[in-house]
Write a protein that binds this ligand. Sequence first.
Ligand code: ASP
Length: 306
Amino acid sequence: MPAIVVHGGAGTIRKEERIPKVIEGVKEAVLAGWRELKKGSALDAVEEAVKVLEDNPLFNAGTGSVLTLDGRVEMDAAIMRGKTLEAGAVAGIWGVKNPISVARKVMEKTDHVLLSGEGAVKFARLMGFEEYNPVTDERLKQWEELRKKLLEKGEVKHWKKLNELIKEYPEVLRSTVGAVAFDGDEIVAGTSTGGVFLKTFGRVGDTPIIGGGTYANEVAGASCTGLGEVAVKLALAKSATDFVRLGMDAGAASEAAISLATRYFGKDTMGIIMVDSRGNVGFARNTKHMSHAFMRDGMDEPVAGV
Ligand code: ASP
C-alpha cells in the first residue's frame, strides 16, 4: 500500500495570493515523489520530492533559503530509512543546491549521521556537489526589511528570543519542506530547511536532528516543521512514531504529537506529516497554515491543502 505525503512548512501565509502557488508547489513535489515510488523506492521518492521543493524558490529550503541574523545561508537537512535505521544529515551547510542529496550521501558513504558547517561543505565538494548560491533577491529583500524592524540604534533588539520574534513577526517562520513515503516495504522520511529567518549564526534546528524533526522506523515515519527548538525538546518525530507503535494510525499520531507541542509550548509552534506501515497518511498543525499534499494507492491525483 504505497503512500507519500509532503509539506511546505508550518506558519502563517500572510498573502492570500501565495496560497495557490504554494499548493501548486507541494502538488508538483508529491507527484515527482509518487513517480519514484511507483518504481519501488521510498528512498528515491523522498529525495526527489524534497529536491523539487528545494528547487522551488517559494519554499525555504535549497534555493530560497532564509538568511541568518548576519545575512548568511545555513541550511539543515536529514533523511532516514525506516527499515535499517540508517540516517544522514547536514547542519549549517551552504553553497550547495540540494542539501537533502548531501544528507543522503552522508548516510550512504560515511559511518556518521550528521556533518556540520565547513566540514559538511567540504564533504559535499568531495562527493561532487558543485558550488551553488541559493540566495534569491526576494529573500535578500525580506531579510533587509525584517532586520530593520529588529534594529534599534543599530543594535539588534530581540536577538535570542526566537519565540517572541515569531509572535510579533510570524513571517520569520516559513516554508520548510519535508516528505515521508512508504513503498510497501520501507518507510523513509526527509526534511530540508534554511531554518528560521534571522536565526542566530550557528543555530541548528530540528530538521537535521534524528528523532527531533525527522525520523523513520519500521512502523512509521515523520517530518516536522515549525519552531525547531520545540521539536528538539520533545523529540517529536520519534515520539510521533512511538504513538504508532502503541496502536495509533498515522492520522491519530500526528494529532497527538501536535497536542503535545501545544500543551508544552502553546499554539503557532508546530506541524507534522506522517506515514505508517499500513500506508495511512497523517498531518496536523497548531499553526494557521501548513501546506501539504499526499498520494496513496487508488488516487488519480494528489489531495493538497494549507
Ligand atoms: N523547523 C525549522 C527550524 O526550526 C523551521 C520551519 O519548519 O519552518 O529550523
